[in-house]
Design a protein around this ligand. Structure first.
Ligand code: GBH
Length: 506
């Protein structure tokens, strides 16, 4: 067993025990198990910049932000972003300072395959990620790599992007290049980040590629992404696992959805919403029976029929596909940020047809819940515990890695609100693990750095490190939360009071 494989083996199976004797018996702090891992997360388009440098092909977010600057609140784009493409050494030094044990980042498909296809591989793209991996290795930080975080090569979008079934084959080819090239170094893989988000917001809405075709193209996208995920997992299992080892999962976003009232109708509506928002992608992969959630199947079939369609707008898997996709995971990557309330909807919600109309629920948040700098994100830590338990009960307690949890606040280094957010969510997570028995092996904070927040541009800041976008070298400065998180990562414990890590940020 080589070092890296051993490292991952420990991370996932026996829970890597680098930090031992963290506490004595009199210590009243809340502590995670010795093997529990802390990390931070980023994504290629949001931090790299260098959008057209050294052979990189155009991605859909390049095209979209250039053609439609008005779609981004501050009319910014990811052309330069955090310039992480040029700052491998600097960024890894900061990661090391954080004391974390893993770093989750994504690979830009069009940096590796500029046209999206496997016949031409861009050597400089390979060089960049190899350099990053080597630097992480030197610093004993385990890479967790996402193959796809929203940035499809533009050339593939011209073919219809994820609405085209052939995209699954092209994704398999891309994954093969990644496994062949980086498989020796990377042992923890995520195929996709948040298919719900890029299928619903991208194909059902106005994020890139901005198809705005909810109730149709969102379902086509989801269908092909699920097929693509299953195909890559089976290829990994058959051709790579024995040879190079490793673990493969998928990252899904799960906001907790709580019934607005105790009425039977609202309880039912909240469960339907969970099946639509989360079960859409989780049920085919993680449930015992596989395929789409039965409630999603029946509601969309019935709605389609009522609307005069001969075929359901939600495509059908073949029995072979159901089998291929079911169980296609070694672990679940879970993103969790916030909670919503759900009320039963009275028919005809918004545009018809649409995802929201098919689901027939009303989603909102409570005014009293603490606000953040993102309109969709309220601080509701108890929802984290509920979401984790719902996963445990519905999908036979899968091994889970929290691949994102985080919050945006205003600029500034004394971000006590962020410290409070992380601390309260980590407490909820601790309860879910130690009282409820959820099998969670690690936690990544989103994000390592302030970055390009899609249609919110640079106006929403999620970073443990602040980035000064006015300074020519995009200076990174640790916030108070970086110090707090360093303490947590190094001790495995939540400090009893914030004075434990108070530090002068001036
Ligand atoms: C994550 O998604 C993404 O994985 C990550 O790239 C991103 O940086 C991070 O969130 C923080 O934003 O604008 O009101 O229509 C979390 C799920 C889905 C939440 C899209 C925000 C848009 C809400 N996100 N959603 S709104």
């Amino acid at each position: 067993m080589n070092f890296i494989y051993f490292h991952c083996f420990i991370l996932f199976i026996s829970l890597h025990g680098v930090i031992s004797n963290r506490r004595n018996v009199l210590d009243s702090r809340i502590c995670f198990a010795d093997g529990f891992s802390f990390g931070v997360a980023t994504a290629s388009y949001q931090i790299e910049g260098a959008w057209n440098v050294s052979g990189k092909g155009e991605g859909i977010w390049d095209r979209y932000t250039h053609a439609h600057p008005e779609i981004v609140v501050d009319r910014s784009n990811g052309d330069v972003a955090d310039g992480s493409y040029y700052k491998v050494k600097k960024d890894v030094a900061l990661l090391r300072e954080l004391g974390i044990s893993f770093y989750r980042f994504s690979i830009a498909w069009s940096r590796i395959l500029p046209n999206g296809l496997s016949n031409y591989v861009n050597e400089d793209g390979i060089r960049y990620y190899k350099e990053l991996l080597a630097e992480l290795r030197r610093n004993h930080i385990t890479p967790v790599v996402t193959m796809y975080h929203f940035d499809l090569p533009q050339s593939l979008q011209e073919l219809g992007g994820w609405t085209n079934p052939i995209m699954a084959e092209y994704f398999v080819d891309y994954a093969r290049v990644l496994l062949d090239t980086f498989g020796d170094e990377v042992k923890i893989w995520l195929t996709f980040n948040e298919p719900y988000t890029f299928c619903e917001d991208g194909y059902g809405g106005i994020e890139a590629p901005g198809a705005n075709s909810s109730g149709f193209e969102d379902y086509m996208c989801g269908h092909n992404v699920l097929r693509a995920h299953g195909m890559v997992y089976r290829m990994f299992d058959k051709e790579y696992r024995k040879k190079i080892g490793g673990h493969m999962g998928i990252t899904l976003d799960f906001s907790w959805l709580e019934p607005a009232t105790t009425s039977e109708e609202d309880q039912q509506a909240a469960e339907t919403a969970r099946q639509f928002y989360f079960g859409w992608f989780a049920h085919p992969i993680f449930s015992k029976s596989g395929d789409y959630p039965p409630i999603m199947r029946s509601m969309i079939d019935a709605n389609s029929k009522r609307q005069g369609f001969y075929h359901s707008r939600l495509p059908y898997f073949t029995p072979e596909e159901v089998k291929m996709i079911r169980g296609a995971y070694d672990f679940l990557g879970l993103n969790h940020y916030t909670t919503y309330l759900i009320k039963h909807g009275s028919r005809r919600l918004g545009v018809q047809p649409s995802f929201v109309d098919d689901m027939n629920v009303i989603k909102f948040q409570k005014d009293e819940w603490p606000k953040t700098n993102s309109s969709w994100l309220k601080v509701v830590p108890w929802g984290f515990r509920k979401a984790l338990n719902w996963v445990r009960l519905n999908y036979r307690n899968p091994k889970t890695l929290i691949t994102e949890n985080g919050v945006s606040f205003e600029r500034g280094l004394r971000d006590t609100k962020r410290v409070n957010y992380i601390d309260s969510y980590l407490r909820a997570l601790h309860t879910a693990i130690h009282q409820d028995g959820c099998l969670v092996v690690g936690y990544a904070y989103w994000s390592f750095l302030d970055n390009f927040e899609w249609t919110r541009g640079f106006s929403e800041r999620f970073g443990l490190f602040e980035v000064d976008y006015q300074s020519p070298n995009l200076t990174r400065t640790a916030r108070l939360s970086a110090k707090y998180y360093t303490n947590v990562a190094k001790t495995g414990c939540l400090p009893n009071n914030f004075a434990d890590y108070t530090y002068n940020t001036d």
